[in-house]
Design a protein around this ligand. Sequence first.
Ligand SMILES: NC(=O)c1ccc[n+]([C@@H]2O[C@H](COP(=O)([O-])OP(=O)(O)OC[C@H]3O[C@@H](n4cnc5c(N)ncnc54)[C@H](OP(=O)(O)O)[C@@H]3O)[C@@H](O)[C@H]2O)c1
Length: 325
Amino acid sequence: MKYRSTSRFPVNVSVIGLGCWGLSGPSVWRDSNDSDSIKIVHKALESGVNFFDVAPVYGFGHAEEILGKAIKGFPRDKIVIATKCGLIWDDQKRITRCLKPSSIFREIDESLKRLKTDYIDLYQLHWPDPNTPIEETMDALIELKKIGKIRYIGLSNFSIDIAQKLLDHISSMQGLYNMFERNALSYHNIALEYRTEKEVLPFCEKNGLAFLPYSPLMQGILTGDINYNEKFTDVRSANPKLVGDNLSKYIQVVEKLKKIGTKIGKPVNEIAINWLVKHQAITSIIAGATKPEQLQENLKALDWEMSDELFEEIDRIVLESGILD
Ligand SMILES: NC(=O)c1ccc[n+]([C@@H]2O[C@H](COP(=O)([O-])OP(=O)(O)OC[C@H]3O[C@@H](n4cnc5c(N)ncnc54)[C@H](OP(=O)(O)O)[C@@H]3O)[C@@H](O)[C@H]2O)c1
């Protein structure tokens, strides 16, 4: 395993982390089940993966609970838990954004309970909340840091303008980033207030912030296992990029990547992960998985390094394809 850290996030984290949305159960990810989820976390820990990205909203508490169950008995100080706050839900499971201090103080205690721990390593604001002044939110997080419930503060889905304002307090940024979505304008029909490659990566690099790319495999598209007529019935059905003609455009490029893969003897998932590893601004690639074998397949990417020539060839293919938004 390779580890990376940055000046504002001086914690050695595995360059391949585990995105734990997949631990939410089958109502969220079609192939997710608790027994496999626990095996995935154990396999990750055995393989040197020490970074786990989760959120309360993943399965409405379920993913945090499963992660807490799975890490029980492993040395806590060898595990880096990143969770989030700011997406809350009501009795009907309707989700809203809320970064009010009172809500954050409630959320942190619920997360600690579900994760069966007394501190969170990296506490991230999941999405901006236009109804709460960010200064009030930040005061709450600074208080949580002071009393030891969290170690570091991170932003997810925030613009660099806000990150610049909060720079003295934050350690990381998280955003949508993969070979096909570099400066995406939207995610699941939600407008993004940041351009990852143009703005966030250079900002993180310049300021010593960790950067955590989410959906590094474009929710499975960049594995080569999804075909033209795939009809997602899970959370991915809310992603308009994964339907009909939109999906076909991406799969056409995956077919080209497969050809390159055949030439070099590597599958598409490894190519997609190694393309990200090549970016020094990326700290941990939080790939999701719903089966232990997927995690294993993804970790194989670290058995080789992508040459500059291959990186450039891939860039040319993707840029020429016109799929970048
Ligand atoms: N901050 C945010 O707003 C935000 C948003 C999205 C995600 N995230 C974080 O980022 C993490 C990763 O993003 P993501 O889950 O959206 O997408 P992803 O990591 O790009 O894709 C994960 C999915 O790809 C498939 N997969 C993974 N490895 C595979 C392999 N070797 N072969 C075949 N299929 C494979 C699995 O799909 P199947 O289940 O179909 O097998 C898996 O569930 C999440 O778990 C979460 O921690 C954060």
